[in-house]
Design a protein around this ligand. Structure first.
Ligand code: IPM
Ligand code: MN
Length: 354
């Protein structure tokens, strides 16, 4: 089987962790006889430096012509002073999400038992279990609503959702819940926001198609609190773009390190896979970043885009094995014991595949 994969390493730690993900994919490829055709493209700050735009047209056509996109991370202090629309975030990441119609972002959070001490919650709370899937609407809401502007007097953003957009993301949430513990918490701010009133009505409507899934609605402020008080109550969290951005970082913190968390951004034609964390400019170039989020994002690509659960499970199992063996990058070492480099972690996961 040949898979055409576009590799967009981006900025900061992106290239370092991407190299490890490709190493692991090659190891799985060898074992399962998969033939990956990796094509590199530019996005983010590096694209601004070389092509004067955070998302060159070449990159988009490369993506449209491929089976899946693997993204590292974008942005850094070097480009922060550019006008908002030109920065790596808006001009690169948000632009590629919109252009490729990536409407659903799936962010799983689970705790590996060997590193559960990194979870900031009390051991008794951790013992009840933390296994949460955030399903975040990714190409609408306040991130994209128009008009938006900023001048010296006013800043303005617009939040809009159509019933159609909500329905689409709700279905992704309910389908995910059906494959899990069949519980879905829809998060909104329906006591204040009109978009949320529509959100709640629409989720209620879609829920009728999934009678096996138990549904509850939660205001976002309460959800932020409940995640800390008792994360075991959550299975699938279904929410909009902005709330999903915030809550997925919060749930990520429960896993102890953002460096462990992958994500999948699903579209109608093509999917993109990237770590939940960012470009971490403070540690970029030092060879100490944790590559596991990127490696697991590659596994999600095998699972979601290529429907190859066997190969995906090879990677999930290899990561578990390496964590269980005690190997730790700095973020996981918690100041104790020896921390290994990005490439040593990648080598170990690749070795655990075969
Ligand atoms: C994320 C990131 C992005 C977002 C930023 C970098 C634009 O935080 O993927 O969660 O806000 O969506
Ligand atoms: Mn975020």
């Amino acid at each position: 089987m040949q898979y055409k994969v576009v590799v967009l390493s981006g900025d900061g730690i992106g290239p370092e962790v991407m190299a490890e993900a490709l190493k692991v994919l090659r190891a799985v490829g060898k074992k399962r006889m998969l033939d990956f055709d990796f094509k590199e493209g530019l996005i983010g700050g590096i694209a601004i430096d070389t092509h004067d735009t955070a998302l060159p047209e070449e990159t988009l056509s490369l993506c449209r012509d491929s089976d899946a996109v693997l993204l590292g991370s974008i942005g850094g202090p070097k480009w922060d002073s550019l006008p908002p629309e030109e920065r790596p975030e808006l001009g690169g990441l948000l632009a590629i999400r919109k252009s490729l119609k990536l409407f659903a972002n799936i962010r799983p959070v689970k705790i590996y038992k060997e590193v559960k001490d990194l979870c900031p919650l009390a051991p008794s709370q951790v013992a009840r279990g933390i296994d949460i899937l955030t399903v975040r609407e990714l190409s609408g809401g306040i991130y994209f609503g128009k008009p938006k502007k900023v001048d010296s007097h006013t800043g303005m953003d617009t939040m809009i959702y159509s019933a159609e957009e909500v329905e689409k993301i709700a279905r992704v949430g309910f389908e995910a819940a059906m494959n899990r513990r069949k519980k879905l918490t829809s998060v909104d701010k329906a006591n204040v926001l009109h978009t949320s009133i529509l959100w709640r009505r629409t989720v209620e409507k879609v829920a009728k198609e999934y009678p096996e899934v138990s549904v509850n609605h939660m205001y976002v402020d309460n959800a932020a609190m409940q995640l800390i008080l008792d994360p075991s109550q959550f299975d699938v969290i279904l929410t909009g773009n902005l709330f999903g951005d915030i809550l997925s970082d919060e749930s990520a913190a429960l896993a102890g390190s953002l460096g462990m968390l992958p994500s999948a951004s699903l579209g109608a034609e093509i999917n993109l896979f990237e770590p939940s964390g960012g470009s971490a400019p403070d540690i970029a170039g030092k060879g100490i970043a944790n590559p596991i989020a990127q490696i697991l994002s590659a596994a999600m690509m095998l699972e979601f885009s290529f429907k190859d659960l066997k190969s995906a499970n090879d990677i999930y199992a290899a990561v578990e094995k390496v964590i269980a063996s005690g190997l730790r990058t700095a973020d996981l070492a918690g100041g104790k014991g020896h921390a290994v480099s990005t490439s040593a972690m990648g080598d170990a996961v690749a070795a655990a595949i075969s």
